[in-house]
Design a protein around this ligand. Structure first.
Ligand SMILES: *Cc1c(COP(=O)(O)O)cnc(C)c1O
Length: 428
């Protein structure tokens, strides 16, 4: 029987379940000095003076901004990111200053950034999307000339490199996520890397005021992880989950499509949610410490998958592909491609048995909840209407990569035909 592969796969679930179960049974979820141990190991691994574990990447961004910003200062940021990241700027007392992105990677565009001459700039927040490093040399130069710090959002890019260094260690602070969908998974969590000792001290003092995470909260999240993992594992995925999702996509069935819609809470927030304010447990630190040695192996698979997509698809006219900077090494959390009609392409992929996903980020510069900071970012709007993410995770398999490539090649050869249920692309 054909084994279909899901669009995403959680990393290191075995380690996560096993460690949690072991610690719950031994009543040791909060016991041990593994959090500082993990921080030391992570700082050494990535080549940074300090690593400070935080409850989520977004909280790391919030805390760094609290440290660097004076009230009312602007933070230059790409609008093509999670709305909640923009909220962190507001919560920290700053004002989002949206700067348009470049087309290929949807990264903050240095040319646009250099035109942002507002006197009130307090920091630059740069996101390394999809495991692809942003053009840091240009951004750091601008930051230096303006005398403002750079905070790197490396939430999806642990392991990616630029100029011989890991992303997240090039600016003043780098923020990582250990959420369930990220390369290092501790159910949720994150860390800040920095060489700035005063920032590290500030972060530790702020975190000391947070409360320890509740074991029940971890258990709830794990139950969700377990359910989702079951539905995305074969044979259930091939026999039930994918056929249902495919039916939803091909026949436009609202309730099915809503099952996999990412619920984004699009509200302007001025205050950090209460449940963001806690510390990671020693148990989560142990999960992370066990995963750190696997990161490079996982990266290697994604790099191979990403390079194969890039090389094979570069000859397809009209398809917008990522561009890895000269000095960069991308780890491709996903492989982003941009097309003019993502829902139509999604139907073709589903028809041919491939599960892919449309990137759900909006152009935050146009969102109603952020209208106070509204700005014209035409490229971000274009990107938000065209981005499809192809899987790259380690056990996705090269033959599935090749199949996705074939579908795209045939789709473009045929002139991007609208799927009507009867036409075909000429694939087996
Ligand atoms: C996942 C992600 C975040 C948020 O991470 P949390 O740990 O959930 O706060 C922020 N930015 C980017 C680019 C992400 O991919």
């Amino acid at each position: 029987m054909q084994q279909l592969k899901p669009r995403t796969k959680f990393y290191s679930c075995g380690i996560v379940y096993q460690q949690f179960l072991r610690d719950v049974l031994a009543r040791a979820v909060h016991r041990g000095d593994d959090l500082p141990k993990f921080e030391t190991a992570a700082a050494a691994h990535f080549g940074s003076a300090h690593a400070v574990a935080v409850p989520m990447a977004r909280v790391g961004i919030y805390l760094c901004l609290r440290y660097y910003l004076q009230s009312g200062q602007q933070v230059a940021t790409s609008p093509y990111t999670l709305a909640e990241v923009i909220n962190m700027i507001v919560c920290a007392g700053g004002e989002p200053r949206f700067v348009d992105v470049e087309r290929n990677n949807a990264h903050l565009d240095p040319d646009q950034l250099s035109q942002c001459t507002d006197a009130n700039l307090g920091a630059i927040l740069v996101t390394h999307l999809h495991g692809i490093p942003a053009d840091m040399r240009a951004i750091l130069e601008i930051a230096k000339s303006r005398g403002v710090p750079v905070i790197e959002d490396a939430a999806q890019s642990a392991g990616a490199m630029y100029d011989g260094r890991y992303v997240g260690t090039l600016g003043n602070a780098g923020v990582f996520s250990f959420g369930i969908l990220k390369q290092l998974n501790s159910i949720y969590g994150g860390m800040v890397l920095t060489d700035d000792t005063d920032l590290a001290t500030f972060l530790r003092e702020a975190l000391a005021k947070f409360s320890p995470v509740r074991i029940g909260t971890l258990a709830d999240k794990l139950a969700y992880l377990g359910r989702t993992q079951m539905l995305t594992t074969n044979p259930i995925f091939s026999l039930a989950t994918f056929p249902l999702l495919r039916h939803g996509v091909l026949h436009d069935v609202g309730w099915i499509n809503r099952l996999v819609t990412v619920e984004t809470d699009l509200r302007l927030k001025h205050k950090l949610d209460d449940w963001y304010q806690h510390r990671l447990s020693a148990s989560q630190a142990r999960m992370l410490q066990r995963q750190l040695p696997q990161l490079a192996t996982h990266d290697q698979h994604r790099i191979e998958h990403g390079r194969t997509y890039l090389e094979s698809l570069s000859a397809v006219p009209g398809l917008v592909l990522p561009k890895v900077p000269d000095k960069g090494c991308a780890t491709f959390a996903h492989f982003p491609v941009q097309v003019s009609d993502p829902p139509n392409l999604l139907r073709w992929f589903n028809f041919y048995g491939q599960d892919v996903v449309i990137q759900h980020f909006a152009n935050c510069a146009q969102l109603d909840c952020f209208r106070a900071f509204q700005r014209d970012c035409p490229v971000a709007s274009e990107v938000a209407n065209s981005m499809v993410l192809l899987p790259t995770y380690p056990d996705f398999g090269m033959h599935n990569v090749q199949r996705n490539i074939q579908i795209l090649q045939k789709y473009f050869e045929a002139g991007q035909p609208v799927f009507d249920g009867t036409n075909r692309l000429g694939l087996s």
